[in-house]
Design a protein around this ligand. Structure first.
Ligand SMILES: Nc1ncnc2c1ncn2[C@@H]1O[C@H](COP(=O)(O)OP(=O)(O)O)[C@@H](O)[C@H]1O
Ligand SMILES: [Mg+2]
Length: 139
């Protein structure tokens, strides 16, 4: 069975390339003919996760794995971790700075959107260690 696997590093704080990884993953999906509706859901989830790595984390990576049945996106960062996952998952809740908000981010919809768009969503976070998110999208 066909499997495509790739790992992309994401640098903290670098808004100039925020969105690049999700754009590359979208191109990959297009090349192999993933249905548009699936592509859209993966793109939204991956973009939100990537922006969070840039604006909230100390940096990390996005792993992309595709089989004929599903696309799995795993997002792991190097901290600082999320102290209250329940709050973080609440629509509209955000700790984004004014600077980040002025750039159009920090609406507090990223994590809820990831959960809504994925067929399976898992998040684990440990303060001082980091955050680990897995999203599975059925094709
Ligand atoms: N990778 C991460 N590392 C640390 N904190 C995070 C991370 N992702 C999300 N958070 C926390 O969860 C909150 C909610 O995230 P999200 O729903 O994406 O909204 P937003 O990014 O607009 O603030 C963030 O404001 C932040 O406090
Ligand atoms: Mg966000």
């Amino acid at each position: 069975m066909m499997t495509i696997k790739e790992t992309f590093p994401v640098t903290a704080g670098d808004m100039t390339c925020a969105g690049d990884v999700s754009a590359r993953i979208k191109r990959q999906m297009k090349q192999v003919g993933v249905p548009a509706a699936v592509m859209r859901r993966v793109s939204v989830g991956t973009y939100e996760a990537e922006i969070n790595l840039v604006i909230h984390s100390l940096g990390g990576q996005i792993d992309y794995e595709m089989t004929e049945e599903k696309i799995t996106i795993r997002v792991v960062d190097n901290g600082p971790g999320i102290p209250d996952l329940k709050k973080a998952m609440t629509e509209g809740w955000s700790t984004a700075s004014n600077e980040v908000r002025n750039m159009g981010f920090g609406a507090g919809m990223g994590l809820p959107n990831m959960k809504r768009n994925a067929d399976e969503f898992q998040i684990e976070s440990t303060v001082g260690v980091g955050t680990d998110i897995t999203m599975v999208f059925n094709i």
